[in-house]
Design a protein around this ligand. Sequence first.
Ligand SMILES: C[S@@+](CC[C@H](N)C(=O)[O-])C[C@H]1O[C@@H](n2cnc3c(N)ncnc32)[C@H](O)[C@@H]1O
Length: 255
Amino acid sequence: MDTSSELATQTRVSSQSAKHEIDWDAYASQYDLLATNNPAYRENIELLREMIPSFDLPSNPRILDIGAGTGNFICALAQDLEGASFVHLDFDEEMNEVAKKKYEHAGIEKVEVHCCPASEAAYLAESFDLIVCINALYAIHPREDVLKRVRSWLKPNATFFVIDFGRQYKSLDWGKYILGNVLRERGLVECVRFFVSVFETARQNRRGAQGQADGLYWTHSTSEFGRTLEGAGFDVRHLSTCYREYCDLAVCRIR
Ligand SMILES: C[S@@+](CC[C@H](N)C(=O)[O-])C[C@H]1O[C@@H](n2cnc3c(N)ncnc32)[C@H](O)[C@@H]1O
């Protein structure tokens, strides 16, 4: 989709957006409880960590996380990359507050938290060695424009690592998967407690699913995902699915 048709889509869905937009504030306090109990989420973090050696990073890489949320990916990267400095970019204050506390607790000092929509972020050209974007691109508009700017922020040999939720969200399938995991690991009583605790998050996920159906959130096949990245000027070196086949994962360099 080019930028003009993307803008048209944005206009068309604007009347539905307030209704079906995910309320990230409401999500923030329960996000980590859900993430910790979701093995597929932990697998995504491990996928990134396993790929780090192939990124040829310098000893003091500068790393941007777009839609960084509660900071779990920066925390994981900080464990493996001692000399790294980070920029955490996310437009939601509550998610950022959770992340800031986590960075403080983990002793991660070289991190700047920028509260700003990705479309308004401005960084110097060629200023990052690695940019990651995990399950946020589907919500970012105008996507093509932001992707082109992301490309411009990368140093010549830098990497863009992106995972994106491309398939239609199925509440029942995810509910069974996560609750089944909690039941197996922690037993029935804890499972019921967990269900009550993440109720709001489950509600937000259902709104997200409706937002996908309305076209507010981008759904894509793996090949469409790859074509979009190539269209924005990336050389897609790796393209696969992850997160129980709901997500696409790409590792890109600049063309
Ligand atoms: C599903 S969460 C993913 C968080 C984190 N990347 C992770 O995987 O744990 C999506 C995040 O993207 C952020 N987000 C959504 N649209 C955004 C935008 N246009 N600009 C900046 N952040 C955005 C939300 O606030 C939320 O924290």
